[in-house]
Design a protein around this ligand. Structure first.
Ligand SMILES: Cc1cc2nc3c(=O)[nH]c(=O)nc-3n(C[C@H](O)[C@H](O)[C@H](O)COP(=O)(O)OP(=O)(O)OC[C@H]3O[C@@H](n4cnc5c(N)ncnc54)[C@H](O)[C@@H]3O)c2cc1C
Length: 487
């Protein structure tokens, strides 16, 4: 490490500060570092390939012009600017050498660790079809969200200037693959754009004629929720003019066409929210993985044979104490695991520092004193929620998720929780203001198209020249719009 290493005086014992490397500044990594940041016996290095911590649950709002990127992301340096023991590196970690206790960055540089925490999250999963990715972009990063925003807004611009009714229908057709929370939220938000935000802004098209198809391979949308909440979400979506297709598995995606077990969908705009797989770093460890590629961790979230290496969040397959289904890949799990590991390392180091016991090996299993006791990680499930649109959401919470809410109350709960968990007071205030403004005015403030027009090739592919087309003289509610894309 280039940063000077010091020793810390603890009582009568001179103790070398321990090197803790945390890879990933997402929900899990940030929580862990916060937990350890004030421990004087630690040098903490947080490495992330991006310079920002991203609040992924609100990415769809950036993708649908409701919020701007800076409102859901915050520089990692800013989060830890007051903690002098925390070093931030913007680097990509390429692999880990467990035997030699070091990580290797993409440029080949190596860093030694006493403790290592891997919290690298997940990436989009196209289930062996990487060729679908450019045709059906997914939503995992700010770049993805801005790309989707550009595609959505560009589609209306392309339709407005199109001379052909068929081309207009094609441009105003959306397919969202995946009926989990992200797919439902994205489809609902596109519907709001079409039916409220853009309603009066165009002269040659009827934005409310937008066709939105939401495809879910399983038997119901929001399958991680109680079935009554799935049914409610489906009804809400139907009222918002989103066509929900369950038991509808994608067979292939070509430019502007999705072939499924339920038929073919033509759409200029195809978005993929159908699955994630753990960060590629998981496979590089050479340790047992589950079927999804997640690292199987012990009850204390450490690797078997490597008690000083922890894996948490979306990258980890962690079972509840005593066994059972692996914990879900959600922010709450990652945050609680981050707090757990951070506090575990802090307590172990603090105990060793004050008793002068450091042996170079993290202790595991048998307790050698209160500081070294490793209780298993236990997840406290506070509830699950998803929003469908304005005044529409589903929430389940409480013991055994027994308390269930829908509609306006659920939506208020969703708003409150998401603002509360956003990092940064400024972001909380701005997002709250944006949502209040949007609620009162039905507008969306971030409707900027930036960058190139990725839809050009689709227009070329599907261009239909219609010389008979007449521009509508005026638009009124009684005029029929286009009836949407083909099925
Ligand atoms: C669109 C979307 C919506 C979601 N909505 C919800 C929701 O409503 N509620 C909910 O609970 N969960 C939601 N989730 C899931 C939730 O965001 C994840 O479960 C959570 O982010 C996992 O936290 P993590 O710390 O494991 O990883 P992340 O928060 O993903 O952080 C991983 C970090 O590691 C960094 N990284 C990855 N690989 C490397 C590398 N090789 N080198 C350096 N850095 C690396 C990344 O840049 C990133 O900053 C959503 C996810 C998405 C994508």
């Amino acid at each position: 490490m280039t940063r000077p290493k010091g020793s810390v005086k603890s009582g009568q014992v001179q103790v070398r500060a321990r090197e803790v490397l945390v890879v990933g500044g997402g929900f899990g990594g940030v929580r862990a570092v916060k937990e350890m940041a004030k421990e004087p016996h630690l040098h903490i290095t947080l490495i992330d390939r991006n310079n920002h911590h991203l609040f992924q649950p609100l990415l769809y709002q950036v993708a649908t012009a409701g919020l701007s990127p800076g409102e859901i992301a915050v520089p990692i340096r800013t989060i830890f600017s007051r903690y002098s023991a925390v070093q931030i590196l913007m680097m990509n970690v390429d692999r880990v050498n467990l035997a030699e206790q070091k990580i290797i960055l993409s440029g080949g540089k190596e860093y030694h660790y006493d403790y290592l925490l891997l919290a690298c999250g997940a990436e989009s999963n196209y289930f062996g079809h990487p060729e679908w990715e450019p045709l059906a972009p997914s939503l995992k990063s700010i770049r993805d969200a801005l790309d989707i925003r550009r595609r959505i807004l560009s589609a209306y611009e392309q339709a407005e200037s199109s001379a052909s009714e068929e081309e207009k229908r094609f441009q105003l057709s959306f397919v969202v693959v995946g009926g989990g929370p992200t797919g439902v939220e994205l489809a609902g938000a596109i519907s709001e754009i079409a039916n409220t935000t853009l309603r009066s802004d165009f002269r040659n098209i009827f934005p409310e004629s937008t066709m939105i198809n939401l495809l879910e391979a399983g038997p119901r949308v929001l399958s991680s929720f109680a079935s009554e909440l799935s049914a409610r979400a489906r009804d809400d979506l139907a009222q918002m003019k989103v066509n929900v297709h369950e038991n509808c598995r994608v067979l292939s995606i070509q430019s502007g066409v999705v072939k499924t077990t339920s038929g073919e969908f033509r759409a200029a705009n195809i978005f993929w929210t159908a699955g994630v797989k753990p960060s590629a770093l998981a496979a590089s460890l050479g340790v047992p993985l589950d079927r999804q590629g997640r690292v199987i961790v012990k009850e204390d979230l450490s690797l078997p044979q490597h008690p000083n290496v922890f894996v948490i969040g979306d990258m980890a397959h962690a079972e509840p104490p005593g066994g059972g289904e692996a914990l879900p890949g959600v922010a709450a799990v990652a945050m609680q695991q981050g707090s757990y590991v951070g506090s575990l390392i802090r307590r172990e180091i603090h105990g060793q520092a004050t008793s002068g016991q450091w042996t170079g090996q993290a202790t595991s299993g048998k307790a050698t004193g209160q500081a070294n006791l490793r209780l298993p990680f236990t997840y406290l499930d506070k509830g699950t929620m998803a929003t469908i649109g304005r005044k529409r959401a589903v929430v389940q919470m409480g013991p055994h998720q027994r308390f269930r809410f829908t509609g306006f109350l659920a939506w208020l709960l969703w708003l409150f929780v998401h603002v509360a968990y956003l990092i940064g007071f400024r972001n909380k205030i701005i997002v709250l203001f944006e949502w209040m403004w949007s609620y009162l005015t039905f507008s969306k403030g971030a409707r900027l198209i930036v960058g190139h027009q990725p839809l050009d090739h689709q227009i070329m592919d599907h261009q239909v020249v219609d010389h008979q087309h007449q521009r509508p003289k005026s638009k009124s509610k009684s005029e029929p719009g286009t009836d949407g894309g083909s099925f």
